[in-house]
Design a protein around this ligand. Sequence first.
Ligand code: GLN
Length: 458
Amino acid sequence: MNLDNPTLKDLLNGLESKKISSPEIFSYYNNRISSLDKHIGSVITRVEFDEESIEPHSIPIGHKDIYSTKDIKTTAASNILKDYVPPYDATSVTRLTTAGFRTIAKLNCDAFAHGATGENSDFFPTKNPYDVSRVPGGSSSGSAAAVAAGFVPVATATDTGGSIRFPASFTNTVGIKPTYGRVSRHGIFAMTSSTDSIGHFTKTVWDSAYVLNKTAGYDPLDATSSRTPVPDYLSTIGDSITGLTLGVPQEYLKDIDPEIEKVFDEAVKTFTALGAKIVEVSLPHTKYAISSYYIITPSEISSNLARLNGIRYGYDRSEFGQEAKRRIMLGTYCLSAGYYDQYYKKAQQARTLVVKDFTEAFEQVDALIAPVSAVMQPKLGEVVNDPVKNYMLDVLAVPANLAGVPSLALPAGFSHNLPVGLQIIGKHFDEALLYRFGYAFEQETMHYKTVPTLKDYE
Ligand code: GLN
């Protein structure tokens, strides 16, 4: 079998029909990482093993470096944990291993997942495989770039305030942010415990559904994981979307780059041609989402990072990067006596209004579609020193996190050879419907076939 940017489905079919073996698959991806990752910087740690130990039917996977992996260094892309080796696997890692995935790399990200460009990694920034002078988006920068560059067919990640969907839209990949509680958070570094959602990147929608089938479901080790039954996401993926209604939230189209608007308008036309009914909807409290997120998030971070004061790991607090320190200070301030009511409580009240917006919208429509990012991929260095600009990048992503609803990001097209993504947001636990919409769109447009020309760097 000719391995030319295969999808996960191609690999599974190849293994099934014996056209390819697992050792051949592992050597294909390992060779690509060896020859090309020096241009991208997506990998923090590579996992070495002999070919003989590769079980038949196994497939390589990369994990964001905030997923605990037993006996494999897990740094959270931070200096403070640069030598930390966990004694256990995150539940998602365990489930994916049982499903036949084997870890070949731990992937770069913003340290502790704080960021939107990948440049807050304490080690090095990751570059966008479609244009190495630009960021791939963050915080799951390495996971997105590794899938886009064809270093792994699947990479896990987390989306606390856009960190899967945002880089997916910058790298022409598919990223799922499942419903809060759909996938266990156990063993994954806590950032904002009330919004952390556990998902992954793949090249296609089918591949994404395949992986969610393996990771979703109740976990006794995570008290916030849900007991809601998990459907088979692949069994309805090919069903028609004719007659279903998609809402376009008007607030999400304000102040977006005209290039993104153009691609988005085309996407809306495609959905109409596929038989979906498009209606305008309003989510009037969207304007409060980013401000409340940036009060709630540092507040929860200041509590979660307190366990990593560094002293127990042999370092002092000076090992924390700028952004971690900024968030610890902001959060501590927002939670202090006197300020709690003024900031934290108010942010939680605004959050309730954002939740209500979604509830009301879903009384009229089956799902919502919107751009993921209001801007095209910034150049490396362009926003990293401007925290407010950086925080604003996730303005269209954070409302779904505050409400805990699922959102699927997928390739929508290109502008001057740079990918543009769109997101489909659904009701709680309605991932199957998001996949149905996404699959119909993908089959019609096939944008995932446009891969970066990495050969240029060789
Ligand atoms: N960019 C957002 C932040 O910095 C989201 C990060 C994330 O989803 N992990 O908080």
